[in-house]
Unconditional design. Structure first.
Ligand code: NI
Length: 187
């Protein structure tokens, strides 16, 4: 199992793949399609490689509706695997809000103040094909809503004004330039 390590590069904004419509994973695919489990494993490996708390499939350029959350944040033991959310939907959010800084693996070194509900409940399917619900508060609620946003194409830059958006764009160009050795690969 460890030999299947597959850390894939995280798609960094601006990149059209982060905005593509995501597609449902059918029950038959969860049960029978080995690429669903491979996608989960790639998400796990890539999230841990980047020290993320969660990651969505679109961030690996895969349009299927799946994200994962780090086990401790999701209320599980640290030795347990990250929690898979397949075809997730937000079924409830609290009126009460929270306002704090948020990061994203697709925006390295960028933090944006985002107002979100303090509590949120998400329903999804697990890798076992069973439906479950998870309710989170504070950071967990923020993470669930952030990852769910990814699956709708919504990103951190959609929470900021035009000036900050330009600043982030310049910063991402510097990051990409460093990675790609100056090559202009912007779509
Ligand atoms: Ni993100």
């Amino acid at each position: 199992m460890v030999t299947d390590m597959a850390v894939r590069p995280v798609v960094v904004w601006p990149d059209d793949r982060l905005r593509q419509p995501s597609v449902e994973i059918t029950a038959a695919e969860i049960a029978n399609d080995p690429t669903v489990r491979q996608l989960y494993q790639d998400l796990v490996d890539s999230m841990y490689a980047e020290n993320g708390l969660g990651i969505a499939a679109l961030q690996l350029g895969d349009a299927r509706r799946m994200f994962i959350v780090e086990p401790r944040l999701a209320g599980r033991d640290a030795t347990e695997p990250p929690v898979a959310f397949i075809n997730p939907e937000v079924v409830w959010t609290s009126e009460e809000q929270q306002d704090s800084e948020e990061g994203c693996l697709s925006f390295p070194e960028v933090y944006v103040k985002v107002k979100r509900p303090l509590r949120a409940r998400v329903r999804a399917f697990g890798l076992d094909g069973k439906s479950f619900e998870l309710e989170g508060e504070a950071l967990l609620a923020r993470c669930l809503l952030h990852e769910n946003d990814h699956l709708t194409g919504k990103l951190l830059v959609d929470f900021v004004g035009p000036l900050k958006r330009q600043m982030i764009k310049k910063k991402m160009q510097r990051v990409k330039g460093a990675v790609e050795d100056g090559e202009d690969a912007e779509a």
